[in-house]
Design a protein around this ligand. Structure first.
Ligand SMILES: [Zn+2]
Length: 361
């Protein structure tokens, strides 16, 4: 349990496969995992197991170097824009042709390879070419959160390892193992929407409980006037702003840590531009997740109401019948808002529309 694979929470099938392959690797792997499943951690872990003489003990110098991002034979390919560019893939291929400096493998890691089929000139053909007959001591580790059809041929050249979204219990257990107190671990896991990364941020957020209580209270506060709905939409925006503070702290901390490690090990630190692009992506994802959590918290309140009114209605309460219809409409409006959330960039408009739909003026 204490070997390097202990880091991968709730991924026993993937861990079995990776453990097996660490002993006798083929030349390319593709780790596929839904958002929150920590593809990045799986790639780091597997890279460590490949370099470790004991196939992933988690404690030796080889393991530690990889986990700290300090193994010169483990190369993380870098992407400047949203899509992978052909020249970036070629650079990764150039590194892949190098002989490893150490006794292990030359490992080239490319994350988000689904972005090799995006953009004006997709780089998937270049990626496919670099996977053809790499040197014997080279291993490609690719990561993706989805597999668009344009990636079929790339996938066919890799061993595919699938991650699953971890359960709340898995996440709670992991946080406990990292030293988070029991109550905070449970609350963070329940609000993490299956993402260990998000759970880690929430575990350090003392305002989480107050924020959830705010979302839970919204249905009772609605139903007055348009002014009330407007005020609630504004307050919701403020709650979302508050939720971002711990994430921003953790982004700055990890950038600082990375800079220190790069200095210490003579590696290459992230540039300011890379950090800002990364931070923007993380912030956007975190904010969408936070709003999803708020909407699902409200939905739970309406579902509780529905259960109560259905029971009252069975007991012959005619007013409860009427309320059931209103509550079902509210749940529909919330589900519609959650669907819109994946495509809209205008969170303010979404909240405004939703809260007006939920108000029965
Ligand atoms: Zn080791």
């Amino acid at each position: 349990m204490t070997d390097v694979f202990g880091r991968l929470v709730g991924q026993s099938a993937a861990v079995d496969a990776l453990r097996h392959h660490a002993r006798q690797p083929v030349h390319a792997y593709l780790v596929l995992g839904p958002a929150g499943s920590d593809v990045h951690d799986a790639l780091v872990t597997f890279a460590a197991a490949l370099q470790c003489p004991a196939h992933g003990c988690g404690a030796c110098a080889a393991c530690r170097r990889v986990l700290e991002g300090a193994d010169p034979d483990v190369h993380w390919a870098e992407r400047a824009g949203l899509a992978w560019r052909v020249d970036e893939i070629r650079e990764a291929e150039r590194v892949a042709r190098r002989r490893p400096l150490g006794v292990g493998y030359q490992i080239v890691v490319l994350e988000d390879v689904e972005l090799a089929v995006a953009g004006a000139s997709p780089s998937a053909p270049a990626l496919l070419k670099s996977l053809e007959e790499p040197p014997t001591r080279t291993v490609f580790l690719l990561g993706a959160s989805e597999l668009p059809p344009g990636l079929d041929t790339v996938v066919s050249r890799c061993v595919l390892v699938r991650l699953v979204a971890p359960t709340d219990a898995d996440i709670e257990e992991r946080l406990r193992a990292e030293g988070v107190p029991a109550d905070a671990a449970r609350a963070a896991a329940n609000a993490a929407l299956g993402s260990l990364e998000r759970a880690r941020v929430l575990a350090g957020d003392p305002a989480l409980a107050a924020r959830l209580a705010w979302w839970r209270a919204v249905p009772d506060r609605l139903g007055g006037t348009p002014a009330v709905a407007s005020a609630l939409a504004r307050e919701a925006g403020e709650r979302l702003d508050e939720a971002m503070a711990p994430l921003e702290r953790s982004l700055v901390e990890s950038a600082t840590r990375e800079r220190e490690e790069a200095g210490q090990f003579g590696g290459r630190a992230t540039t300011r531009r890379e950090f800002e692009a990364h931070a923007r992506r993380e912030q956007r994802r975190f904010r969408v997740d936070e709003l999803t959590l708020g909407l699902s918290t409200m939905t739970a309140v309406y579902r509780e109401r529905l259960a109560r009114d259905l029971e009252a209605s069975r007991d012959g309460d005619a007013r409860a019948d009427h309320r059931v219809i209103g509550t079902l409409r509210s749940i529909d409006a919330l589900l519609e808002a959650q669907r819109r959330l994946t495509t809209t960039l205008d969170e303010g408009l979404l909240l405004h529309d939703l809260l007006f739909a939920l108000s029965d003026f």
